[in-house]
Design a protein around this ligand. Structure first.
Ligand code: S3P
Length: 444
């Protein structure tokens, strides 16, 4: 994909919706598969990652109809005992949450992934799932994961996650639905809580508490799998897909963006706070609750000037996937912006800390990587360059935004990674690029 501007981009106005939340779509499919009756998933994310989870539940023998209403999952039926090899593609959520569910069911399966997923750490779920009595092994701490039937019921566990991770927490909660004792998961900071919200919405009994030191604990009562009932789940727009559009707006003084039906869960809301700190006007309207999740309309206006900003390590779990696009915001803001405690970004679809520095560096971005912190000096134009997404969808988004700050053509290799979470991003981007006076060309 190539993007070029011959003069400074003009501000645009864009109004619309973004595709459904990736995290919530995965969870709706997995819980829908085991809940009694019909789960109707409205506005699901239809993208490579969530289609991998759809494939997993279909391999279990669960019927899923695709229609105008969305996806209808006919759950709670007898499942297949041997799934063979399941291809999780690029999706860490399919593999980690899927492993929890399949360990709970005690079925035989091999979970495999693409080259990127096969490099990511899996021992973080394998270890606690085995402590619960699950039959699961990794290959040297990585995929493929081999799962098998076990003798007897799963045990409960009290487990403290070394780092906040929604995927690990959710994996244990999903397996824990079949445990004969309580499952308590503590994490140093509250990671996204979609699993807890959906479990509760579908009838599970769980309690949440905070320690005096700010640690969060979720406690699931024993034998909850049979308590789940199929429901209508309306999936909000993904805030991680709203974020790149919001950053684009923030880069162009006077640009305006109105996005309806965006997920406003506070555990995903760190991005909006940073945007406001940088001097961007962000307004939330018509906030309401749908299927246990807050949703609403977001309006963003591009300011005359952006302020540099600092992101603390405690905020990172709440803007985890938005750091790459915030790096572009930092490149426009005058002064030095800092991001602290990004260690978890190193084990995403790519090492995002290094990739941010190296890829934006090719365009002349002044970025320093010190330990797991990033320091970005903004306020200067970038130059055209040939850059690579490294097969990572969030980096492909980041690089397309950076093109708005560049003088000259930016060629992004591996832009097809966008299909992982936001297949229509290129069309939305093309509209914005053209309105801003530039050209977008897709090849290959
Ligand atoms: C996700 C959790 C996050 C995030 C990922 C999706 C989820 O990972 O980066 O894109 O759906 O639970 P963590 O396991 O690091 O929280």
């Amino acid at each position: 994909m190539r993007i070029a501007f011959s003069k400074s981009p003009r501000p645009f106005f864009y109004e619309g919706e973004v595709p459904g939340d990736k995290s919530i779509t995965h969870r709706a499919l997995l819980l829908g598969a085991i809940a009694k009756g019909r789960t109707v998933i409205r506005r699901p994310l239809r993208a490579a990652d969530t289609l991998a989870t759809l494939g997993l539940i279909r391999a279990l023998g669960v019927q899923v109809d695709e229609g105008d209403e969305g996806w209808v999952v006919h759950g709670g039926t007898e499942v297949s005992r041997d799934l063979g090899i399941i291809d999780c593609g690029n999706s860490g959520t399919t593999m980690r949450l899927g492993a929890g569910l399949l360990v709970g069911l005690g079925v035989r399966a091999t979970l495999a992934g693409d080259a990127s997923l096969s490099r990511r750490p899996m021992e973080r779920i394998v270890k606690p799932l085995r402590l619960m009595g699950g039959c699961i092994v990794s290959h040297g701490g990585r995929a493929p994961l081999t799962l098998g039937p076990r003798e007897g019921e799963l045990r409960g566990i009290r487990y403290r996650l070394p780092v906040a991770s929604a995927q690990v927490k959710s994996s244990l909660l999903l397996a824990g639905l079949w445990a004969k004792e309580e499952v308590a998961v503590r994490e140093p900071l509250l990671s996204r809580d979609h699993t807890e919200r959906l479990l509760r919405y579908m009838g599970a009994d769980l309690e949440e508490s905070w320690s005096p030191y700010g640690e969060h604990q979720v406690l699931l009562k024993p034998h909850q799998a049979q308590e789940l009932t199929g429901k209508a789940i309306s999936v909000p727009g993904d805030p991680s897909s709203a974020a790149p559009l919001a950053v684009l707006t923030a880069l162009l003084p006077g640009a305006r963006l109105v996005l309806r039906h965006v997920g406003l869960n506070p555990t995903r809301g760190g991005f909006w706070k940073v945007l406001q700190r940088a001097g961007v006007e962000v307004r939330f309207q018509e906030v309401r609750d749908e299927a246990g999740e807050p949703v609403g309309t977001v309006e963003v206006v591009g300011p005359e000037e952006l302020r540099s900003f600092s992101v603390d390590s405690e905020e990172v779990p709440h803007l985890l996937d938005e750091v790459p696009v915030l790096a572009v915001l930092a490149l426009k803001a005058k002064g030095v912006s800092s991001f602290y405690g990004l260690s978890e970004l190193r084990v995403k679809e790519s090492d995002r800390v290094r990739a941010i520095r190296e890829e934006l560096g090719k365009m002349g971005g002044a970025i320093e990587e010190r330990g797991d912190d990033l320091f970005i000096k903004g306020g200067r134009f970038l130059r055209g360059a040939r850059v690579s997404s490294r097969g990572d969808h969030r980096l492909a988004m980041m690089l397309s935004l950076a093109a708005f700050l560049a003088r000259g053509e930016v060629e992004i290799e591996g832009a097809e990674a966008l299909s992982v979470s936001f297949p229509s991003f290129r069309d939305v981007l093309r509209e914005m690029v053209e309105e801003a006076g530039g050209v977008l060309e897709v090849y290959g």
